[in-house]
Write a protein that binds this ligand. Structure first.
Ligand code: HEC
Length: 322
C-alpha cells in the first residue's frame, strides 16, 4: 500500500522536475515572444494536471479497496435498523435549531416561524403589520454616512487638511496657467511671418526692448531713430510695415543692404518680441530721427490686427477673472 503511494508520488515528482528543467531550458532560449506559454509548456502543464488527477484517483481507489478488504476480513455484524419516530410539524419546529444564515442576518430577516411575535397590535381592514427589525445593510449605510460626515467635517473644515472648493479651483487655475505658459512657450517658437500676431503686452515689449538694445541699437539707434539702418519710428517702411512684414525683414534680413538675417541668432519668439517692440515705437519722433525712407504703410491691416488682439485680450481677461 505505502509502496504504491510512494511509487505514484515519485512518478509525479519526476514529471514535475522534468517540467522545471524544460522551463529553464526555455528561459535560456526563449520561444516566440508575446505568446505567454509555449506549446511544450502547455503540454507539460496538462501532463502535470493529468498526473495530479491520476494521483488523486489512485489514492481514493486504494483507500476504497482497503476498506473493502478490511470488511472482508472482519465483517460488521448485522443489526436491525432502528425506527426513527416521526415528528409532527410543531415539535419539529421546536427541535430545529434556529440558526439564521449570514444572508438573512444581513438582510435583517427573521425566520418565518417567528412572524407571530412580530405582528404589531393594530390592524386595518384585516391588514396586519410586522415589526421587522431594520436590516443590517441599512444600518451600515446609515451609520456609515454619519461616520463619513464626521470624518469629512474634521478633514476639510476643522483640521483643514483638505482643500475646499475655492482653493481647489485656485489650484486648478494655477496649474492651468503654468500649462498655458508652457504651451505658449512651445507654440511661440513655431510662429513664422504668416502666423505672427501683433502683441503689445508689457512683457513682450520688455523682452523686445532687451533684444533690441543688445542687437539692433548700433545700426538703428537707441530709440529706433536710425543710424546706418533706417528710422523705425515713422510710418515709412522700405520692406513694409505691420507685424508680418517687420517679422519677415528681421527674420530674413536684407543682407545686400547691410541688414543681416537674424534667423540664426534669435528664435521665432524673440523675433516676434523685437518686431512688436519696433511697432510700439511708432510715432515717438525721437530727436535726430532719420528722414523717412520707403513708402508710407497703410495701417489698415495693423488696425485689424490690433482690434483682434484687443478683443482677444479682453476675452482672456474675462477668463482669468472667472
Ligand atoms: C549692421 C547694422 C544693422 C543691425 C545690427 C540691424 N539692422 Fe536692421 N537694418 C539695417 C539696414 C542697413 C536696413 C535697411 C535695409 C534696406 O535698405 O533695405 C535695416 C532694416 C531694418 C528693418 C526694415 C525697415 C524698413 O523700413 O522696412 C527692420 C524692421 C530692421 N532693420 C530691424 C532690425 C532689428 C530688429 C535688428 C536687431 C535684431 C536690426 N534691424 C539690426 C541695418 C542693421
Amino acid at each position: 500500500m505505502k509502496k504504491i503511494k510512494l511509487l505514484l508520488l515519485s512518478l509525479f515528482l519526476s514529471v514535475a522536475t522534468y517540467a522545471a528543467e524544460e522551463k529553464t531550458a526555455e528561459a535560456i532560449a526563449p520561444s516566440q515572444p508575446g505568446l505567454g506559454l509555449s506549446q511544450s509548456e502547455i503540454l507539460i502543464i496538462l501532463l502535470l494536471l493529468f498526473a495530479l488527477v491520476l494521483l488523486f484517483v489512485s489514492v481514493t481507489l486504494l483507500n476504497a479497496f482497503k476498506v473493502m478488504y478490511q470488511e472482508q476480513l472482519n465483517p460488521t455484524p448485522y443489526s436491525k435498523p432502528v425506527k426513527e419516530e416521526v415528528l409532527d410539524y410543531d415539535s419539529w419546529l421546536k427541535q430545529k435549531p434556529v440558526k439564521p444564515s449570514v444572508w438573512a442576518k444581513l438582510l435583517g430577516l427573521k425566520p418565518i416561524e417567528e412572524e407571530k411575535n412580530l405582528v404589531i397590535d393594530h390592524a386595518y381592514d384585516g391588514i396586519k403589520e410586522l415589526n421587522n427589525p431594520v436590516p443590517a445593510w441599512f444600518n451600515f449605510l446609515f451609520f456609515g454616512t454619519m461616520i463619513f460626515a464626521a470624518g469629512y467635517l474634521f478633514y476639510y473644515h476643522i483640521g483643514g487638511y483638505g482643500d475646499l472648493q475655492d482653493k481647489e479651483y485656485e489650484n486648478e487655475m494655477a496649474k492651468a496657467q503654468v500649462e498655458k505658459a508652457a504651451y505658449l512657450e512651445k507654440s511661440a517658437n513655431t510662429i513664422d511671418e504668416n502666423s505672427v500676431k501683433f502683441d503689445n503686452t508689457p512683457m513682450v515689449l520688455a523682452d523686445g526692448k532687451t533684444i533690441f538694445n543688445t542687437n539692433c541699437v548700433v545700426c538703428h539707434g537707441d530709440k529706433g531713430q536710425g543710424v546706418i539702418g533706417p528710422n523705425l519710428t515713422d510710418d515709412y517702411w522700405l520692406h513694409g510695415g505691420g507685424i508680418n512684414n517687420v517679422f519677415k525683414t528681421i527674420k530674413y534680413g536684407v543682407p545686400e543692404k547691410g541688414m543681416i538675417s537674424w534667423e540664426k541668432n534669435l528664435n521665432p519668439k524673440q523675433i516676434s518680441a523685437v518686431a512688436n517692440f519696433i511697432l510700439s515705437l511708432k510715432g515717438r519722433n525721437p530727436a535726430g530721427a532719420k528722414s523717412p525712407q520707403g513708402e508710407k504703410y497703410e495701417e489698415k491691416d495693423l488696425k485689424d490686427n490690433e482690434m483682434k488682439v484687443a478683443k482677444d485680450s479682453v476675452n482672456q481677461a474675462d477668463v482669468t477673472k472667472k
